[in-house]
Write a protein that binds this ligand. Structure first.
Ligand code: HEC
Ligand code: HEC
Ligand code: HEC
Ligand code: HEC
Ligand code: HEC
Length: 245
């Protein structure tokens, strides 16, 4: 209203038809929509599903803490991810693995400790109804990438640490590395900073400390990795067909 009268007073209403007064409003609404779309787009593409570093989905039931089971209780990765050294895929354990410890009457003092009984109830329920726990997947390469081979990487002396970070200290698993093509290739072209003795690949704290120590030693530190590469005659592929169909 104020604007209209001002314009009329200035005598410009002849030049600008009446509907034109709505123009700034239309512009403002249009602008707001465009901004919302832009924000929405950025939000959509940069949420963890698309920009995966840090992706940490909420897990079902009382969840699963690697920090408790690996760092506190001392279980090795292979206690649960049993096939990780023999097959391309790292399997997720089924309910019976959990039930082995969390069945009624077992580990009594612990399972009946305040809070734990409730937190682990989903395990006994799934076991009783023969259902599986629907864990939400964290790490995933796109479908146009060939079956990623865990076994080959572990046998070459690449630790879980190099690709998944210190999972042993995570109460909830999240993604640490980008898993992008350049990330794969950076290591394939220069393995020395990442290789450890094959027997240590699941000792994540040890690996983290060892690789840090070697980095600090500079060139002398890299020699250990280079030697492992040469002794094993490693040959990480860079040709497209190794990773794509
Ligand atoms: C007692 C069983 C158990 C042990 C031991 C264990 N894990 Fe797991 N792990 C699981 C379960 C269950 C999941 C699925 C739930 C989740 O993601 O937290 C999982 C998920 C993961 C994931 C994420 C998978 C995804 O969806 O992308 C990684 C990576 C992983 N584990 C690595 C390790 C490493 C490395 C170790 C050894 C340091 C280890 N785990 C030891 C049970 C175990
Ligand atoms: C080797 C025995 C063992 C196995 C196998 C095991 N747990 Fe546990 N779990 C324990 C013990 C012991 C505790 C209590 C640890 C503590 O609080 O110090 C515990 C605690 C828990 C808790 C409650 C603590 C918390 O806040 O997270 C949950 C939930 C749990 N476990 C889930 C699972 C799931 C899911 C699996 C299977 C993937 C599993 N556990 C396999 C021994 C085991
Ligand atoms: C060289 C990198 C690399 C190493 C080493 C590695 N992983 Fe993985 N891991 C990946 C990638 C990449 C994926 C996603 C694979 C896919 O989408 O097919 C993955 C996926 C997983 C999953 C999810 C599997 C699923 O089906 O949900 C688990 C569990 C896992 N890794 C555990 C481990 C454990 C345990 C170790 C060490 C013993 C390990 N990984 C070592 C790169 C690695
Ligand atoms: C931290 C180091 C590292 C990372 C990261 C890594 N690789 Fe590798 N990769 C290796 C090494 C070392 C070898 C060589 C193994 C050998 O020669 O036995 C290898 C071998 C391979 C092979 C060859 C398997 C065969 O049949 O010989 C494939 C395929 C492969 N990697 C895929 C991938 C993909 C896909 C990614 C990323 C998602 C990836 N790698 C990330 C270190 C790595
Ligand atoms: C060591 C494994 C590896 C090799 C070798 C490799 N790629 Fe990839 N490539 C990947 C992975 C993993 C992705 C998925 C990256 C992501 O999720 O962002 C990818 C993604 C792509 C994409 C999708 C766009 C992008 O950059 O994300 C194209 C196109 C592609 N690769 C082409 C090629 C071509 C051409 C070659 C040969 C010169 C090649 N790749 C070699 C692992 C590899």
């Amino acid at each position: 209203m104020v604007r209209e009268s001002l314009i009329e007073e200035a005598g410009v209403s002849v030049l600008f038809p009446k509907w034109f007064n709505a123009f700034p409003t239309v512009l403002a609404i249009g602008g707001a929509c465009a901004l919302a779309l832009a924000v929405g787009g950025v939000w959509y593409y940069f949420t963890p599903k698309y920009w995966s570093v840090g992706y940490e989905p909420v897990q079902p039931g009382g969840g699963f803490s690697h920090q408790i089971h690996v760092s506190k209780l001392g279980l090795d990765c292979r206690y649960c991810h049993t096939k990780v050294e023999e097959s391309p895929e790292a399997n997720i354990p089924n309910v019976s693995t959990c039930y082995g410890c969390h069945a009624d009457g077992r580990l009594k003092a612990i399972n009946e400790k305040a809070g734990h009984k409730e937190k682990t109830q989903f395990i006994r329920e799934a076991y009783a109804s023969n259902a599986s726990i629907e864990w939400r997947r964290v790490h995933k390469v796109p479908d146009y990438v060939r079956n990623f081979p865990h076994n080959i990487h572990l046998n070459a002396g690449v630790s879980c640490y190099s690709c998944h970070g210190q999972v042993n200290n995570m109460p909830v698993v999240h993604q640490v590395e980008s898993l992008s093509m350049s990330w794969c290739l950076d290591c394939h072209r220069n393995t020395a900073p990442h290789l450890v003795d094959r027997s240590k690949v699941t000792q994540l704290d040890w690996v983290a400390a060892e690789l840090k120590k070697r980095r600090e030693q500079g060139d002398a530190g890299l020699a250990a990795g280079r030697k492992l590469h040469e002794d094993k005659h490693l040959n990480p592929p860079e040709d497209c067909a190794a990773c794509h169909y």
